[in-house]
Design a protein around this ligand. Structure first.
Ligand code: ATP
Length: 279
């Protein structure tokens, strides 16, 4: 739901501090991705590294956010794609899209490829309604690429591995082709759940509003206590956007009133300089 281009390597930096809570997930993801990146020698004697990690859980709980944060924190390129974007009705085109995507990833290594809505791209093979086995061929192609990413090629110029890591995201891991979850592929699943305690809710809302210009009387504790159901990070984001729009409306009204005053009293100096938007 966040409008990435098919393959965009320009990333708005997302720091760990923009991701509230989810400490276990952060640790698990970094362990999976950072370790082979820092210690490629550990993986040269037959020990296979993981191609990637699969994030799963309900929508709006930070899967995309955390993937971007990993790329920012490790200072690697980030290519983001939604499963359905690669699917094309013409024979062979979808596989070609998958191949092209990974070629791009290799060209911009070290790189994280983020696959959102992975279940749309890699449904269990042999599923009903797969006319002519088109989806099966996409799955097969993706498996080839995932295996290729796990055995990173060495860059001849630098002698360093050309790392590509794949972070997959889905709300429905049960729909994925089981072959994708085999060892060396996405054999590590990481659950990102709802921020269900008040403490986790506070982490999320604090991280989200980190850069906001807040009114002094904002009391997050009171806000969280007053909630009648569990908000996801995305819900908090919507709440903050609403608050911001209200604050903007207020400023507009204030400026209008001042202009009106100035109009009635033309010699007055109109000072609207400190009308910052305060949420
Ligand atoms: P989907 O399954 O719909 O793709 P998602 O799990 O990828 O959902 P995100 O896109 O990462 O969800 O989250 C949506 C927005 O909610 C984020 O851009 C961010 O503003 C906010 N958000 C979610 N979780 C957190 C969190 N733990 N801390 C801070 N902000 C969060």
């Amino acid at each position: 739901a966040h409008g990435h281009n098919l393959a965009s390597t320009k990333l708005q930096p997302v720091r760990w501090s923009d991701v509230g809570g989810l400490e276990d997930a952060k640790e698990e993801i970094m362990e999976t991705i950072q370790l082979p990146m820092l210690h490629p020698e550990m993986f040269q004697n037959g020990l296979k590294r993981r191609a990637g990690i699969l994030l799963y859980g309900p929508p709006g709980c930070g899967k995309t956010l955390i993937a971007k944060a990993v790329a920012t924190e490790l200072n690697v390129n980030f290519i983001s794609v939604k499963g359905p974007e690669l699917i094309n009705q013409y024979v062979g085109e979808s596989e070609r899209n998958v191949r092209n995507l990974f070629q791009r990833a290799r060209d911009s290594a070290p790189c994280i490829v983020f696959f959102d809505e992975l279940d749309a791209l890699v449904p269990a093979r042999g599923a009903k309604g797969d006319a002519g086995g088109a989806m099966d061929r996409i799955v097969a192609q993706l498996l080839v690429e995932v295996d290729g990413a796990a055995s990173a090629a060495i860059d001849e110029a630098t002698g360093k591995p050309k790392d590509i890591f794949i972070i997959g995201a889905t709300n429905r891991p049960d729909l994925l082709d089981p072959a994708l979850l085999r060892p060396g592929r996405f054999d590590r699943l990481c659950y990102l759940g709802l921020p269900s305690t008040n403490e986790e809710q506070l982490f999320a809302i604090r991280a989200l509003t980190r850069k906001f210009h807040l009114a002094e009387d904002v009391n997050f504790n009171a806000i969280v206590e007053a909630m009648d159901f569990v908000y996801t990070g995305a819900d908090f984001f919507a709440l903050c956007s609403d608050a911001m729009m209200l604050a903007v409306d207020e400023v507009v009204e204030r400026v209008k009133a001042k202009l009106h005053e100035a109009g009635e009293n033309e010699d007055d100096d109109d000072d609207t300089g400190d009308d910052n938007v305060v949420v």
